[in-house]
Design a protein around this ligand. Structure first.
Ligand code: NAD
Ligand code: ISE
Length: 333
């Protein structure tokens, strides 16, 4: 039997996930959608799906076996808590939540439930290039990882919705998560440097350079640029004791014409990570059908939230900001 899913939030990524759940993946049916913008929900709903007036009604509905949350970050906490209360598996887009207190509440609720229900949308962990990079590091042939450079460049961000804190509490969370996962380590402190602003970014703190200090002593430097205009450019390179491992430049058709010889760059995250999003949902569907969750967890979402909070503090203080995590609940081991 197919997994009956309700989708909350039918904006950019909500629509893209509805497309993959209805047109790409099997074993799943989108039976309901909800958005505070009812017209958008109606427009995005696949044929036969019910439009729910509120996320609460969608979560409580007996038609819905599992929930996909694609609303704005500040709305995630209440929606996650309602899913856990209803004992329904839930895929939640990043960021898990937008404060440490909210992350602790979601973790406590899931722990009280007794097993995992939440998968967080850190899709890089499902990308073939990142998985091969991790396999090389874990294989140990290059020795211990010492430094990691993560470049995260967006062509543009929506000027009306993307606020000045978001390079650090919305975009950086991907680099924080993938650094922990690739290096198998926790982040213990953060520094932030803000160079000359790009005119492309208006009032935004853009670009921004972040140093993540890992428990092992390894250091990660992250470049966040969200208005580079030329495309969506994601790079990563790990320096180990006896060698370097890097993400490849993605293969693309080579165009030769009067402007020269060039390869296209993805326009945005939808194109660059299309296979990774498909794979994260394949794995989610398998677990959700059994009433559970695997992959990036509430613990991982909590860790990224702490980094975002500390990075915002560091951007203002100019100082090294320490990160201290609580004890890891057993359900995340
Ligand atoms: P968006 O603004 O295009 O869409 C968000 C939608 O959520 C809107 O339609 C809005 O009306 C709706 N919404 C807001 N609050 C709501 C609430 N309380 N209840 C119901 N609906 C609500 O934004 P987006 O780009 O689609 O981003 C949505 C989420 O997905 C964000 O958390 C964002 O960080 C995340 N995201 C993740 C990736 C990724 O690569 N994993 C990419 C893009 C966005
Ligand atoms: C967006 O929400 C994403 O998650 C994208 O992957 C990221 O590159 C972008 O900066 C975010 O705004």
């Amino acid at each position: 039997m197919a997994l009956n899913v309700g989708v909350i939030g039918t904006g950019m990524i909500g629509q893209d996930h509805i497309r993959r759940l209805t047109q790409v993946l099997s074993g799943v049916t989108v039976v309901g959608v909800s958005d505070i913008d009812l017209e958008r929900a109606k427009m995005a709903a696949p044929e036969g799906a019910q439009i729910f007036e509120t996320p609460e009604a969608l979560i409580a509905s007996q038609m819905v076996d599992a929930v996909v949350i694609c609303s704005w970050g500040p709305a995630h906490e209440a929606q996650l808590l309602a899913c856990i209360t209803a004992k329904k598996p839930v895929f939640c887009e990043k960021p898990l939540v937008t404060s440490e207190a909210a992350a602790l509440k979601v973790m406590q609720a899931e722990e009280a439930h007794g097993s995992r229900l939440v998968q967080v949308g850190f899709m890089r962990r499902f990308d073939g290039d990142y998985r091969r990079l991790k396999a090389v590091i874990d294989g140990g042939t290059l020795g211990a990882p010492l430094m990691y450079k993560s470049m995260h460049r967006n062509a543009s961000v929506p000027h009306d919705l993307y606020t000045s804190d978001m390079p650090l509490n919305d975009t950086l969370v991907h680099d924080a998560d993938v650094s922990r996962w690739l290096l198998g380590d926790e982040i213990t402190g953060v520094e932030v440097r803000v160079p000359r602003r790009s005119k492309q970014g208006g009032d935004l703190r853009d670009p921004v350079m972040v140093l993540l200090h890992m428990g092992s002593g390894a250091i990660v430097d992250v470049e966040i640029s969200v208005n580079v205009a030329y495309g969506y450019d994601i790079r990563g390179e790990v320096s180990c004791e006896t060698g370097i491992a890097a993400l490849p430049n993605r293969p693309a058709t080579v165009i030769t014409d009067q402007f020269g010889i060039r390869q296209a760059i993805p326009e945005d995250w939808r194109e660059r990570f299309i296979d990774a999003y498909d794979q994260e949902f394949r794995e989610w569907i398998v677990a959700a059908r059994q009433g559970s969750a695997t992959g990036p967890s509430t613990w991982d979402g909590y860790a990224a939230t702490l980094v975002a909070d500390a990075a915002l503090k560091a951007a203002n203080s100019g100082a090294f900001e320490l990160i201290e995590m609580c004890n890891k609940p057993k359900i995340y081991n």
